[in-house]
Design a protein around this ligand. Structure first.
Ligand code: SF4
Ligand code: FES
Length: 242
């Protein structure tokens, strides 16, 4: 007999730190995505369940969680495509849990900021017009600019799991995004950072980050390109006798 409900098993953590799983039955004809299932639960079954989301269209990056053991965006995960009626939902594992499915994302943004994710200029910034860029120049970094800061790549990365100080895949994709921008003149500062102990050398190229990324940013490939940029940077320093 075909089941008419999904069985959601949601990992909970209360204010006192107690961890448990709650089971909810959600009618299949009321939801399409896993996020809709969670919203159905909060609106109809259990108002104490905490979930974070905003855009519902894979833009804001706030609904990352583990769904049936994989880091995914709840708003773009179609329940019927999971291949099972049982849906296990857990918070991202490499972050501290605030409550239930809500994690503390601050460490992610601290790492992201470490990579100096903004245009750096060596002139005084006093321009008669905007800094122009050709479509070809934009194409150079477009892919890396698609990051929505969802943090799934850090959740998937086995190195982040063992070394919380590792800068991580998202920040490094951000470094490459600005290093490839024709308007930027600050790549040497960023390369100093990612050539450090907690930078590209910590990556083992497992590729899990790129697999988890919902926007096709491919942070694993970005790290490989940064390794090459970093090497050239070090060689240039030797020739300049720095
Ligand atoms: S690189 Fe991809 S997975 Fe990582 S934060 Fe950006 S969008 Fe999310
Ligand atoms: S709710 Fe915005 S990305 Fe999912």
């Amino acid at each position: 007999m075909t089941r008419t409900e999904y069985e959601f098993n949601v990992k909970r953590k209360d204010d006192g730190g107690k961890v448990s799983y709650s089971r909810y039955m959600v009618p299949k004809d009321r939801i399409s995505t896993v996020l809709e299932g969670l919203i159905y639960i909060t609106e109809n079954l259990d108002q104490t369940l905490s979930v974070r989301y905003s855009c519902r269209m894979e833009i804001c990056g706030s609904c990352g969680m583990e769904i049936n053991g994989k880091p995914r965006m709840a708003c773009s995960t179609i329940a019927s495509k999971l291949g099972t009626d049982k849906i296990r939902v857990e918070p991202l594992k490499h972050y501290d849990v605030v409550k239930d499915l809500v994690v503390d994302i601050d460490p992610f943004f601290e790492k992201y900021r470490e990579g100096l994710p903004y245009i750096i200029r060596s002139d005084d910034g006093n321009y008669a017009s905007e800094l122009k860029q050709t479509p070809e120049e934009f194409k150079e970094y477009e892919k890396y600019s698609m990051c929505i800061k969802c943090g799934l790549c850090l959740d998937a990365c086995p190195i982040v799991g063992t070394d919380p100080d590792y800068i991580g895949p998202a920040a490094m994709a951000g470094v490459l995004r600005y290093n490839l921008d024709s308007r930027d003149q600050g790549s040497r500062y960023r390369l100093e950072i990612i050539n450090g102990e907690e930078g590209t050398s910590r990556c083992h190229f497992v590729g899990e980050c790129s697999e988890a990324c919902p926007k096709g940013v491919d942070p694993s490939f970005a790290i490989q390109l940064l390794r090459s940029q970093g090497l050239k940077h070090e060689l240039a320093k030797i020739f300049r006798r720095e």
